[in-house]
Design a protein around this ligand. Structure first.
Ligand code: BGC
Length: 349
């Protein structure tokens, strides 16, 4: 009997603790796509820290790049009584049903970094200027090869990210708005012939898949000594796959390679000259903007937005806040990522 009572007591305590963990009226659900990529860990941690500092409770979950996992995490956040949802989706098109539940429960949804498509439950969007990310990469290649003046032709290959990530439409199309005219006038040629977004997409933005695709491209088009002049890579995880493939088999002059995120692994390559640039997106800035948005929503005020034209998710324009991306190279990385306190020298050594 005593044992039973003790068990019941402990069970009640656990239940009480579980309930009080999220009992207040200020729970914010934060769903991140994966822990595999450095940036999402930073995004999640920054947001949790900043939301907690502002007095909110945070249920932070990572979806292991698995759509069903992310859906069930969001269902739990709704069941736990969260008041606002912040979601960086794994697949922008797969959250319609669960977000309908959020809407039903009156929970506003902020799409974080990636727009959630075809759901009228999305209230706001906070991201970087994704078109400008692509344009920055395209212009970097244009300048580095002096495409405006040089005769060419230059050999270029292309790689972008997950087809379920709406951002690739901005990254890739933004870069192509600069580079396509040079493909059209013949100053740039693509020996693999792979220039279409659907063909150069990379499931889950996976480094392995990027490497495998580039190993094939190199074997089929560059093994005879043909020089690869540039690779437009939409982000660092895909750029890394390209760099791994080059290290394994390429012997020509090293190409210009773009990227995005300033991942630590890439910063080392950038400093060593194996990647010409990365686009720095300060996740601290994005997190603090989202905290402002959450705070406003909690207080019944208007969240800050600076774009009401660009991002249509299929149900209409989603009011957005776009943060500014910055080009980072071996010449300015100290100022951008070290002086700003984003990384320490040691982390990049
Ligand atoms: C983000 C990039 C990131 C990529 C892969 C995109 O939606 O905007 O910063 O590199 O996903 O995780």
């Amino acid at each position: 009997m005593k044992k039973l009572l003790a068990f019941v007591l402990v069970a009640c305590m656990i239940l009480a603790l579980g309930a009080t963990a999220f009992a207040d009226d200020n729970l914010v659900g934060v769903a991140m796509p994966t822990k595999d990529l450095q940036r999402w860990n930073q995004d999640g941690e920054n947001m949790k820290a900043q939301l907690e500092a502002a007095g909110y409770q945070v249920d932070l979950q990572y979806g292991a790049n698995d759509i069903a996992t992310q859906v069930s995490q969001i269902e739990n956040m709704i069941a736990n009584g969260c008041k606002v949802l912040v979601i960086a989706s794994i697949d922008g098109d797969s959250l319609g049903t669960v977000l309908a539940q959020a809407k039903e429960a009156g929970i506003p949804v902020i799409a974080y970094d990636r727009l959630i498509m075809n759901s009228d439950a999305v209230s706001y969007y906070a991201t970087f200027d994704n078109w400008l990310v692509g344009v920055t990469q395209g212009k970097f290649i244009e300048k580095a090869l002096d495409l405006e003046n040089a005769a060419g032709p230059f050999n270029m290959e292309f790689i972008t990210g997950d087809p379920g990530d709406n951002n690739i439409n901005f990254f890739f199309d933004g870069a192509m708005s600069v580079l396509q005219p040079y493909l059209d006038n013949g100053k740039v040629v693509c020996p693999s012939g792979q220039t279409e977004k659907a063909v150069v997409a990379t499931a889950n933005w996976a480094t392995d898949a990027a490497q495998a695709r580039f190993e094939n491209i190199l074997a089929a088009n560059y093994s005879d000594g043909t020089q690869l002049d540039a690779v437009l890579a939409s982000n660092d995880s895909t750029a890394l796959g390209v760099e791994n493939a080059l290290a394994a088999s390429y012997t020509g002059a090293y190409p210009i390679i773009t990227g995005q995120d300033c991942d630590i692994a890439i910063m080392k390559n950038l400093i060593e000259g194996k990647q010409a640039m990365s686009v720095f997106k300060d996740t601290r800035t994005l997190a603090s903007k989202v905290v402002e948005m959450v705070d406003a929503l909690m207080k019944g005020a208007e969240p800050p937005v600076n774009d009401t034209e660009t991002y249509d998710n299929g149900t209409g324009i989603i009011p957005s806040f776009l943060c500014e991306p910055v080009a980072c190279t071996a010449d300015n990385y100290k100022e951008i990522v070290i002086d700003s306190g984003y990384y320490t020298e040691d982390q990049l050594a």
